[in-house]
Design a protein around this ligand. Sequence first.
Ligand code: SF4
Ligand code: SF4
Length: 473
Amino acid sequence: MEKQEQERFRDSIGTVTSEGKRSWVYPKKPDGILYKYRKWVSYFLLIFLFVSPFIKLNGNQFLMFNVLERRFNIFGDIFWPQDFYLFVLMMLIGVVFVVLFTVAFGRIFCGWICPQTIFMEMVFRRIEYWIEGDRGKQIRLDKQNWNAEKIRKKASKWFIFFIISFLIANVFLAYLIGSDRLLLYIQEGPLAHISTLISLLIFTGVFYFVFAWFREQVCVIACPYGRLQGVLLDTKSIVVAYDHKRGEKEKGRAKFKKNEDREASGKGDCIDCLQCVQVCPTGIDIRNGTQLECVNCTACIDACNNIMDAVDLPRGLIRYASEENIEKRKKFKFTPRIKGYAAVLFILVSVLTGMLFLRSDVEANILRLPGQLYEHKENNIISNVYTYKLINKTSKDYENVQFKLMSHKGSIRTVKGSSILVPANGLAEGTLFIEINKAALETEKDKLKIAVYDGENLIETTGTTFLGPRSYN
Ligand code: SF4
Ligand code: SF4
């Protein structure tokens, strides 16, 4: 029965009342060394996020994800739809990386790196503390009737939230359509690009809704990664955990009394001050054990450490620890599962590195024109017609591109003339003829190797097939 009582917290989520209504969370402002570190990490990530689309490397936007035109820039390198396999591989590496980290270190990603947490806790929440004050003041403000003070505070907060949401939407647009185009649109004025403005306002509305109202619900009920915790975590995963052995001891947690001998009394080190609960942005009590709602933000570690300092007990009652570490005092070990994920990650990264090195600056595709047979010409010459596509993945023009046969003696003639211009970050397409003497053919379908030169420089090699007559005698 007592056990059932203890497990009751699992029947509901802390942010919803028994009537199914939203229970608003007013987390106390965190304070401590981990919060300080998290602030520095968030400054770095926010600067990275806001600046990346405006940095150019080799003339290309540093990061761009133009899904509409299927062009992606990663660290200044342009990836075309033809490079999609690399993109998929990168995504796979990202997933395995996050899974590996989750198995070993729980939801460390959520607390330290996730954009939702960074924006919520390090931007919007801090503005809220600045305008409305800490937890107690926020609760009082929400309870009080609308007066000049409440209108001023709420209106200024909502206005700043809207401006920041609008800024975030603009940055996302810079990732999507490119910062040059975004700046051009701004110069030309919003009325010249009404559809873009409408999309921008829709995204602003979504961000505003998430950060002003939906908040921790994203992590608690919407985020699929959060739902995965049940299968990824095990008793060896390091998570933010309450040391219940130390906190409860034989007689359980109890309020702190001055000058008492806590050790001799058998009471646990938890003085039931509820600071860890009040500081939690997802409204849970970490003393109930690992819960799906916990985003590992470490605010409760800082809060509890401050209390431990105040009552002169050792820090670390709430800390980064695994269940085994708490139950059996076992140190962190690399489990076979972690080693397995690490091996998969290593293989994927090696494959990706190899592929990136093999990736050429220019990609050439030569395909036989569908439905066309070969043609007999004078002097025993067989001719096949092809379409070619040259993709320039660099930011410089290739002005004098030519094809040369490598595998056979023969000639290549492009319809557009002897040399082709392939513009920077662009492509050139056209038709070409390959002519080979019948005597040089070995089968009715020879494989050809073709070199692509820019002037004297070999920039790519490619292949295609060449049809010829069945008999060669
Ligand atoms: S902050 Fe520490 S001492 Fe206070 S209730 Fe939480 S675990 Fe117990
Ligand atoms: S339980 Fe602690 S670490 Fe988890 S979300 Fe709440 S405050 Fe953050």
